[in-house]
Design a binder for this molecule. Structure first.
Ligand SMILES: N[C@H](CCC[C@H](N)C(=O)O)C(=O)O
Length: 276
């Protein structure tokens, strides 16, 4: 089968995006792993599949697969690329797009300057929503990784995140500790691991070791998780600029029960086709 795709990225977090509205297409785990390989395939962090909606009042359904083939609930950088993709391909002419995902419903708002604001839904600190195994209820949890103990804030933004506040962002720590915590036994469905350096109440540096991928250039849900964790602990104000390796995201959260809003760019790199 000849597969047509568009290669895109959100701050260097890169995607292959497929139109499954015009023509149904399904992928198995092996196909996704092969397509994601940066030597033997196209190469991507996530595969994004645009499908017709199954719920009333929705414009599209959005399915997300990590490079290891696992299907996941949410992808923030991908949502911005999704909006650009459906407009560029003429699948919609709306600038406010309602999309159903595995975790619920998100709303994409495309601005005149090309930036996209995504209503990412309301975050949750409930361990069961990640899931995260614990016999206590707290705002910070200690977790053993290798020979060290780390204090994490578990946050669900539809997908699970463990946020760690650090004084400095060290390559070695992100790679080793990220890998250990990603598949830690207390996260039955694994977890994305964010390393947050607070610069001031309106700015952080962030690196994310993503579940099913490894460290990426940027992580939209990770930026949302880090900011809401920082606000919960009183380290951050409601509007925060998140400096990621690939660039900046603007995150806003007005508190418990409110949606977290993420604003950032989306870029198309090339269109291609490949035999599956
Ligand atoms: N690796 C994530 C999915 C992609 C998230 C990230 N690329 C984003 O922009 O939010 C997970 O397994 O939950």
């Amino acid at each position: 089968m000849l597969l047509k795709f568009t290669k895109m990225h959100g701050l260097g977090n890169d995607f292959v995006v497929v139109d499954a509205v015009s023509r149904k297409v399904f992928f198995n785990k092996q196909q996704i792993e092969k397509l994601s390989d940066r030597n033997w395939g196209i190469g991507f962090d996530q595969l994004l599949v645009v499908e017709p909606p199954t719920l009333p009042d929705m414009d599209f359904r959005y399915r997300i697969y990590n490079s290891d083939g696992s299907e996941v609930e949410h992808c923030g950088n991908g949502a911005r690329c999704f909006a650009k993709f459906v407009l560029d391909r003429g699948l919609t002419d709306k600038r406010i797009i309602n999309v159903e995902t595995k975790r619920g419903v998100i709303q994409l708002r495309v601005m005149d300057d090309g930036l996209v604001t995504v209503d990412m839904g309301s975050p949750s600190f409930e361990p069961k929503d990640l899931p995260f195994t614990t016999d206590s209820s707290s705002s910070l949890y200690s977790i053993n990784a290798g020979d060290n103990k780390y204090f994490i804030t578990p946050v669900s933004v539809g997908n699970p995140h463990a946020v760690i506040k650090v004084d400095a962002l060290l390559d070695e720590e992100v790679a080793t500790v990220g890998a250990l915590i990603e598949c830690h036994e207390r996260f039955p469905r694994n977890v994305n691991v964010g390393f947050m350096q607070v610069l001031n109440s309106a700015e952080i540096n962030l690196r994310v070791y993503e579940r099913g991928v490894g460290e990426t250039q940027a992580c939209g849900t990770g930026a949302c998780a880090a900011v809401v964790a920082g606000i919960k602990h009183g380290w951050l104000s409601p509007k925060v600029t998140v400096h990621l390796r690939g660039g900046d995201l603007h995150i806003e959260w007005q508190g418990q029960g409110e949606p977290v809003l993420m604003t950032g760019p989306a870029a198309k790199v090339f269109e291609g086709q490949i035999y599956l």
